[in-house]
Design a protein around this ligand. Structure first.
Ligand code: XMP
Ligand code: MG
Length: 185
């Protein structure tokens, strides 16, 4: 129960976006994922590796639904320019935690082509964790360029650009309470 308005559309720069998934709908997926993670990682002291910047809101809400002791750390990866994946995965920054023998869950906002996630999985696996899984708020199955097994998926969506709930268009829109989808592409 908040008093913020629900905008049915937003404009960022030259592009217009339509309301796609409301905060309530997203929270239902997040609660389901939190329950699954709680069941799967009970007494295993998992470490959640949150991918900044996009996953910050998802991670905050998800971790409040994880009801077993856990640790949280953050990494930064940059590969996306405006609304097109560059396919170039830049450096993975800040992965300094020792993940050896740990149960690792990577927390991401969206898996699109999957290139970012496979690079990140490679880096994490080099540290020889006890296990590694991925929790993503959003997955675009039709955009995947290589097979990736993602155990925890909030919502599968069409291959269309989205903003809000942490996700940005050119740095803007992360603060939007709901998820919005590009109207025309
Ligand atoms: P790939 O293609 O490597 O992309 O799976 C993953 C990263 O790109 C960003 N991304 C998006 N950001 N709306 C966004 O605001 C989108 O529709 C979108 N698709 C991909 C995202 O940061 C993710 O980490
Ligand atoms: Mg991201």
């Amino acid at each position: 129960t908040n008093t913020c308005s629900v905008e049915s559309s937003v404009t960022i720069h030259d592009k217009s976006f339509r309301l796609f998934l409301s905060e309530d709908e997203l929270q239902q997926s997040i609660a389901r994922l939190g329950q699954q993670l709680t069941d799967d990682y009970r007494d295993r002291n998992p470490i959640f590796v949150v991918v900044l910047n996009g996953a910050f809101i998802f991670a905050a809400d998800l971790l409040k639904c994880v009801e077993t002791p856990c640790e949280v750390t953050f990494v930064k990866v940059a590969s996306y320019q405006a609304t097109q994946s560059t396919g170039e995965v830049e450096e993975i920054l800040g992965l300094e935690e020792d993940l050896h023998n740990r149960h690792v869950v990577i927390v991401e906002d969206i898996v699109d082509t999957g290139l970012t996630m496979s690079a990140l999985l490679d880096s994490v696996r080099e540290m020889r964790p006890a296990s590694v899984e991925v929790a993503t708020l959003l997955l675009k199955p039709k955009a995947l360029k290589r097979p990736l097994s993602i155990r925890y998926v909030g919502n599968e969506i069409e291959n269309r650009f989205v903003v809000g709930f942490g996700l940005d268009y050119d740095g803007l829109g992360r603060n939007l309470r709901h998820l919005y989808q590009l109207s025309t592409q």
